[in-house]
Design a protein around this ligand. Structure first.
Ligand SMILES: Cc1cc2nc3c(=O)[nH]c(=O)nc-3n(C[C@H](O)[C@H](O)[C@H](O)COP(=O)(O)O)c2cc1C
Length: 181
């Protein structure tokens, strides 16, 4: 049976390092697994009045989450936290609670940053959100791509062997957790 992972996040920026990381992950998936991605950037701002009848794109996002065995969230750090568009997409998809398809899903995180900590603070905030939504976060290894401009080539391919090694390990742990779930 093929393990299906849904990846989302990245950043809407042309030339985004995090979107590049998400693309890279597709090529690094363990045998017997596949990574599908969802573009969250068209999701409108969440309004709880609309939670029982969300826009089409949110319905599609929720169905994609439901259909997946596990999740991969790849995100930049904005001002020591989660970018608003990502928090918004998660908030929308998590509602109403009886259709919180995040529940029980193994989830892995990755981040790339121009800074020294590689987006660590955003990942730790994401972990808090994952706990509230009753997801199953993978703890190790942690994938923080620091000083991102030095780790990607001109075509936005990851050229850092250590980062590639950690990504492979994390994706393997994610797939293992999905098989056990
Ligand atoms: C609004 C904003 C806030 C940022 N805050 C942080 C931060 O708190 N920590 C950090 O390491 N980098 C921060 N950065 C720098 C990002 O790491 C850098 O812009 C990165 O390339 C963004 O990801 P992307 O390449 O996927 O768009 C910030 C960038 C922006 C635009």
């Amino acid at each position: 049976m093929t393990v299906t992972i849904l990846g989302f996040g990245g950043s809407p920026r042309k030339g985004s390092f995090n979107s590049a990381l998400l693309r890279e992950a597709k090529d690094l998936m363990p045998e017997g697994s596949v990574l599908n991605t969802f573009d969250i950037f068209g999701i409108p701002l969440f309004n709880q009045d609309d939670e029982t009848n969300p826009p089409e794109i949110v319905k599609r996002f929720k169905e994609a989450i439901k259909a997946s065995d596990g999740l991969l969230v790849v995100s930049p750090e904005y001002n020591y936290s989660i970018p608003g568009y990502l928090k918004n997409a998660i908030d929308y998809a998590s509602r109403p609670p009886e259709t919180n398809y995040f529940k029980g899903k193994p989830v892995a995180f990755m981040s790339a940053s121009t800074g020294m900590l590689g987006g660590a603070r955003a990942q730790y905030h994401l972990r808090q959100v994952a706990v509230f939504l009753d997801m199953k976060p993978i703890n190790k290894p942690e994938v923080f791509v620091s000083f991102a401009p030095t780790k990607f080539d001109q075509n936005l391919r990851l050229k850092d062997d250590a980062a590639i090694g950690f990504m492979k390990q994390l994706l393997q742990e994610l797939v293992n957790a999905c098989k056990k779930a």
